[in-house]
Design a binder for this molecule. Sequence first.
Ligand SMILES: [Ca+2]
Ligand SMILES: [Ca+2]
Ligand SMILES: [Ca+2]
Length: 416
Amino acid sequence: MVKVLRRSSGWVVGLLVWVCAAADPPAAPQFPCRPLTCSTLTPSLPVDDPHTNDCAYRAGNLWWVDYVAGSLAWSNQPPRTPIVVALFDDGAYIEHEDLRNQLWTNEAELHGKPGVDDDGNGYVDDIHGWNFIDNTPDVSPPQECRGQVSHGTLMASLIAAQRNNGVGIAAPGSDAARLMILKVVGCGAHRSDPLDPKRLARALEYATSMGARILSFSNHWYATTPELDYVFSEVADRQNSPRAAIVVASVPNKGEPTAGYPAAYPFSRIVRAVPIGNDDMISPGTSPAPFGLNLGAPSACVIGAAVPPQGYRVEQGSSNSTAILSGVLAGIWASPAYAKLTPDEFMAGVVRERMSKTPRRSKPGSRPPYDHGVPLADACVLATKERSARVCRGHEGKRANELQRNTAGRDVRQGP
Ligand SMILES: [Ca+2]
Ligand SMILES: [Ca+2]
Ligand SMILES: [Ca+2]
């Protein structure tokens, strides 16, 4: 039996429609240019990358980017091989000023003939993804969602909003990720559409056959089928699978007794996003995450893209953490040091060996298995002497102290 698909995201904190500059008013959507007051985490200013001009970053509203050392995943050196991140959600408003240049594009269809399946993949005119609800290439939220919450639009921006375009926000995957939009759930009146496992399996097949390397799931569900389990195991577990990708799964935070799928799968290429609220705490109500790669990422007071007329909005919830973690992973994976790694190599050498062993940890959560907190996700593996971020400098300081303590201990033991 299959139950209802739920979103992990929390509720809308507020709507922001502020104007950035005193010059001619910009065309809608407008963007926030005053510091928010809803977070007490990383101090808003100064920003880690002084050259990034996006309004919300300049105003200190992207604390969550600096919290994950997102600036280290940025590059001013194009061209760079992007990591295709498939977003499994309710579609996205792809005309948004911070999204329209960030999309994965199926070149064969872009330059092909309308109404013809130019690349023969079974999907006609699939230029930026596919709408698996209506079986069309239109991945935008339906009209009923305009002016309402479009979950996928927010998620897309938290993964890879366009950086240095002078407007809106930036995200950890801005320069590294390209967004493949897969509409697998409804929105508005259809928000509680039942999950169709066949539909989801088709979307997984599509994503991996079209080159997606990170699959971002900010949704979760509580029942599965053998068919869906098989497809997920091909994608997220089997060694040398031609469909291998990394699944980023949300751990919900509304008091659900278990994490649900896909977080519940014990597969080797799954990374779970644990929501971190203000003050480094695991969000109250976060479900127990299964043992494995569970990394904390910001959830509260996060600003991202919305459909017109809002343009941007602030929200909290574990969905945000999932999208941000997806962007961080894409940013690291696309860097010259790691770009050639296979999904298994990246998981073993970077996520498991380095990211999950960071000395940066959240404060303990209120219940098991969070008694000792969780490692915090960040791009500090990209830090160098020349280029670092505030959170990494703290991190490096801790490492230096540990090294000093260890060395001192050895000296004592080896003394005369
Ligand atoms: Ca096609
Ligand atoms: Ca076509
Ligand atoms: Ca921007």
